[in-house]
Ligand binder design. Sequence first.
Ligand code: TRP
Length: 337
Amino acid sequence: MSGRQRVFSGVQPTGNPHLGNYLGAIRNWVEIQSQFDNFFCVVDLHAITVSHKPETLAKDTYAIAAIYLACGIDLSHSTIFVQSHVPAHSELTWLLNCITPLNWLEDMIQFKEKALKQGENVGVGLLDYPVLMASDILLYQADKVPVGEDQKQHLELTRDIVNRFNHQFAKPNQPILKLPEPLIGKEGARVMSLTDGTKKMSKSDPSELSRINLLDSPDEIAKKIKRCKTDPIRGLEFDNPERPESNNLLTLYMLLSGKTKEEVANECQDMGWGQFKPLLTQTVIEALTPIQEKYQAVMNDKGYLESVLRDGKQKAEAIANQTLAQVKAAMGYSMPL
Ligand code: TRP
């Protein structure tokens, strides 16, 4: 594993993971994992930046770890662990908070959008979310961070924090924190809502019909695709800005069938929706069934899942604590006796 570049990424244990999480993130991790030394984290500290249910947090956290395994994250290339199991994440966040200008955080688009939705009830954690994310990445000295479009600004902020930290506390040409780079996924992995092809598929959309969850039953999948938004035009096509639903559903079909864009474009150019929808339904069910079976097997073996997370915590902590010690030393802290 040594000599390989390091990758860090994470998913929050909030709500049901859906096709957007899979095709936009986890599936890309699976594809690249053999080339890197990977740390895939369940970011449960991020999950409480909006109101959360204490009754389900632990269960949801285990479920995401099981989803990682079910989707094909391979422990011979990747470490799976839970953010809150490694206290260094919280501690580095505090240290980096104190060098991060407030206005950098106030400028974050995601903060502004989420804060707007929550009105009066915005916690400090929501503002601080990107510093916690920076700490996640920097503790592991990650070279590459697979991120979607919506997280690019947070990665830019992470880079700004690195430069500021190294400038203030490291010797010239001996950086303490590594500057991470985004690993931008393949084009077309942005999955849109089933009820509005111009909006991203999202856990926070109030309509269940807007998304297909990875753990949906075949009946639920069939129902959602039957009722998804279409347009009155016959023949399906990619990349027509007037037809976002056509582009989105063809993209889903392409990604889950393994066919190329040209193959799909040719196959579907004369199809009506009534012909395409059953084909898409079948394809989604066939792609998700093996993931669901593996997920159930992992969830039924709690001892195995616990051992994966225990090993993960150990591997993660060994690296994270080293970075944290270097940061604290550079900032002038005495070491605990
Ligand atoms: N903020 C990311 C999201 O919601 C999750 C996340 C937390 C993350 N820490 C990270 C992603 C570090 C990449 C690297 O999608």
